[in-house]
Design a protein around this ligand. Structure first.
Ligand code: KG4
Ligand code: ZN
Length: 333
């Protein structure tokens, strides 16, 4: 008999549902909330209300696109955390109600493990052990992945995440939220002409808050000389900031590869959609003899396919949870 997992993701501002049959993705449907654009960041209250509105149509569509019936579902996998409490509550509560009505087991999933295992939603799949640079709006981690469910964070940010560095820079430049994809686009027409210092952080850890401060002071100084500085140099500022962030990330990833001797190298999370990061990883990977794994765009930013995949491996091990499970805003890998 086939194993069919329904995955539900609602940790931040994307409501997503996916159906997985024996490890193969049949559907992966996401409703992205655009209401946060004007606020310059995700507003938790707005996000949970939107999840409440989106969750039924999103799940209905994922089931329809997969060509299955609700009664075919073997288990429901859902994101338990980390994330925004109000957002998580919508997905967790819905998963509980649906599991109870269908009389199927539930599997809880750590969102960050999900980003790593998104690589198993498509081919080629990394071989164990591999390193995964997981870069999103809330996290920046180098994860040593020994097996599907055996992961260790060997480097992390001590302050802001890489995605936050993009988004906060965007705010300083007057760009909409999320600024990452906008900076990526503008940078393609610019040059890396402005220099920002690389923070000296020990081991495999990262720091991005100093970069934000140096960009702020740099802009203040330049605007004093020329009030139209941002407008006249936007593409070059974006290219400079992007190259700086990508260089920080790649330097630590190279250090991690050298320290562990691992040559299977993956990237994951929203920032892994960045064109310069993708290109630089391929280039450095070739120079170092690495096998590199870059997810398709639909598996970079938040999606339920990654939750269904992680749920599948937990299902195979019989790792289920009961109706008393609660979401958790902070949740370590
Ligand atoms: O993984 P994700 O969808 O959500 C979280 O779990 O946080 O990541 C969202 C982050 C945002 O900070 C967004 O600006 C960033 O990913 N992002 C990008 C790009 N696309 C999304 N950053 C740089 N370049 C991109 N192309
Ligand atoms: Zn995420």
């Amino acid at each position: 008999m086939s194993t069919i997992i329904l995955g539900i993701e609602s940790s931040c501002d994307d409501t997503s549902a996916a159906v997985l049959k024996d490890g193969e993705i049949l559907s992966n449907h996401t409703a992205t909330q655009i209401a946060h654009k004007e606020y310059g960041g995700v507003v938790p209250e707005v996000a949970s209300r939107a999840h409440q509105i989106n969750i039924i149509p999103v799940i209905d569509l994922a089931i329809k696109q997969a060509g299955i019936k609700k009664s075919d579902i073997s288990a429901i996998a859902f994101t338990r955390g980390p994330g925004l409490m109000g957002s998580l509550l919508v997905g967790v509560s819905f998963a509980k109600a649906m599991a109870m009505s269908l009389d199927v087991p539930m599997v809880e999933v750590n969102h960050m493990k999900g980003h790593v295992l998104a690589h198993f939603a498509e081919n080629p799949k990394p071989k164990f052990p591999f390193l995964c640079l997981t870069v999103s709006g809330g996290h920046t981690q180098i994860v040593l992945v020994r097996d599907y469910l055996d992961m260790e964070v060997i480097g992390t940010t001590i302050d802001d995440a890489a995605g936050e560095a993009f988004d906060k820079t965007g705010k300083l430049l007057g760009l909409d939220y999320p600024a990452g994809p906008i900076i990526d686009k503008l940078a393609q027409q610019g040059q890396h002409v402005f220099q920002f210092p690389e923070p000296k952080i020990k081991d495999l850890d990262f720091s991005f808050s100093g970069l934000k401060t140096s960009i702020l002071y740099f802009l203040k100084k330049e605007i004093k000389k020329n009030p139209k500085f941002i407008e006249e140099n936007l593409n070059d500022i974006c290219a400079s900031v992007q190259t700086t962030i990508v260089t920080f990330l790649m330097n630590k990833l190279q250090k991690a590869a050298a320290q562990t001797g691992i040559k299977e190298i993956a990237i994951a999370g929203g920032v892994s959609a960045n064109s310069e990061l993708r290109h630089t990883l391929s280039k450095i990977g070739e120079e170092n003899g690495w096998n590199t794994y870059i997810p398709s765009f639909e598996f970079c930013t938040d999606n339920a396919a990654m939750i269904a995949v992680t749920g599948y491996y937990k299902f195979l091990k019989g790792e289920f949870v009961g109706q008393d499970v609660a979401p958790t805003a902070r949740y370590k890998i």
